[in-house]
Design a protein. Structure first.
Ligand SMILES: [Fe+2]
Length: 344
């Protein structure tokens, strides 16, 4: 899909709205040498128009991978009111970012590995206020629940306790486009998981079966990919069961086979998709369980329970049928069209 600036403007404006940029604020936009130029140009124009001033930095992607902020970036960041990160490996997974957020009170927003034109032209265009309402309802329900359970037709059945102290919530959120509710870290989990897709390679040639006991993955069975997974999780805390999450944004694409990053971060935000992770676990104030790896597995058509209530029924997010959500959606157009996952 070849896109033009005009198709990205609405998504870029939504990012400015999402980040609540004020006209007296200085915005720092940090990108990589490889960041898509169309994304950078469109976002720059919109952030520049909304803010007092805008500064753009290109940095080496390797710094993000090492979770180390270069001193030049840190200097500019210190002088900013808002930091926008378009990096493949977000700095949010490092201590320095959390120091800036919590101590220096500098707002931080990341596109994670989604700084692509296709994302600005689809999921980013979903009205932020409507997304906020969907997410608030999911968030509220999770806060009232003790457990999350994920099942599927192949035999996935895993239950995890929800951590109300440090659980990570993507709302009001530091990630744009918003699209997922994450329950992380997970301290007590038991069960069996069959994943469709893994970070790093995508679809598996045959189902991989994971056994989770006392919050640790004790067995990985399956085809050639299971060897890869065993290898990549063979580090300290690498088999920690870190996260349970499900998607909330009906306009995010379910782009499993054409995700150049192979992170599937975009697909994770598609309404009704579940993902779970082994390895590092983040909390609302930074990394809680550290590991050199964090590998997400995805289930495209799960059933998700919060306590006894089904919130995702075989891949369909029940909140998209909520009458209050439909009422609010009328402000933006036809609710049925707006809340349809087949929009893109
Ligand atoms: Fe994850």
């Amino acid at each position: 899909m070849s896109l033009h600036t005009i198709q990205l403007i609405e998504g870029a404006r939504n990012f400015v709205e999402f980040a609540e940029i004020r006209s007296d604020e200085n915005v720092l936009l940090v990108s990589e040498y490889t960041t898509d130029y169309l994304v950078l140009e469109t976002l720059s124009a919109e952030f520049k128009a909304a803010a007092a001033d805008l500064c753009i930095i290109y940095m080496d992607p390797a710094h993000g991978l090492k979770r180390k902020v270069p001193s030049m970036v840190l200097g500019a960041w210190n002088e900013s009111d808002v930091m926008i990160d378009l990096l493949t490996h977000t700095l949010l997974h490092g201590d320095q970012a959390w120091k800036m957020i919590l101590e220096r009170k500098i707002r931080y927003y990341s596109m994670l590995a989604m700084a692509r034109p296709q994302v600005l032209a689809t999921g980013a265009r979903f009205p932020p206020a409507l997304f906020r309402e969907i997410a608030d309802k999911a968030y509220q329900k999770a806060r009232q629940s003790k457990e999350v359970r994920v099942t599927d037709v192949r035999g996935t059945d895993v239950t995890a306790e929800i951590d109300h102290e440090q659980g990570v919530w993507d709302v009001p959120g530091r990630v744009f486009p918003g699209g997922v509710i994450c329950l992380e870290p997970v301290w007590k989990a038991e069960g069996i998981i069959y994943f469709d897709i893994f970070t790093g390679f995508g679809r598996t040639t045959q189902p991989i079966k994971l056994t989770i006991e006392e919050n640790t993955c004790t067995s990985i069975e399956g085809g050639i990919e299971s060897e890869w997974l065993r290898d990549h999780t063979n580090v300290e805390n690498g088999k920690n069961f870190a996260e349970v999450a499900f998607g909330l944004n009906p306009w995010m694409r379910l782009n499993i086979d054409d995700d150049p990053t192979k992170t599937h971060i975009e697909a994770h935000r598609h309404a009704g998709v579940a993902h779970m992770a082994l390895g590092r676990a983040d909390g609302t104030r930074g990394v809680v369980v550290d590991a050199a790896t964090h590998i997400d597995g995805t289930i495209v058509s799960p059933t998700v329970y919060l306590d006894d209530e089904i919130v995702v029924d075989r891949g369909k997010l029940k909140l998209l049928d909520d009458p209050e959500i439909h009422e609010l959606a009328k402000h933006y157009g036809d609710p049925k069209t707006l809340l349809s996952v087949s929009m893109f």
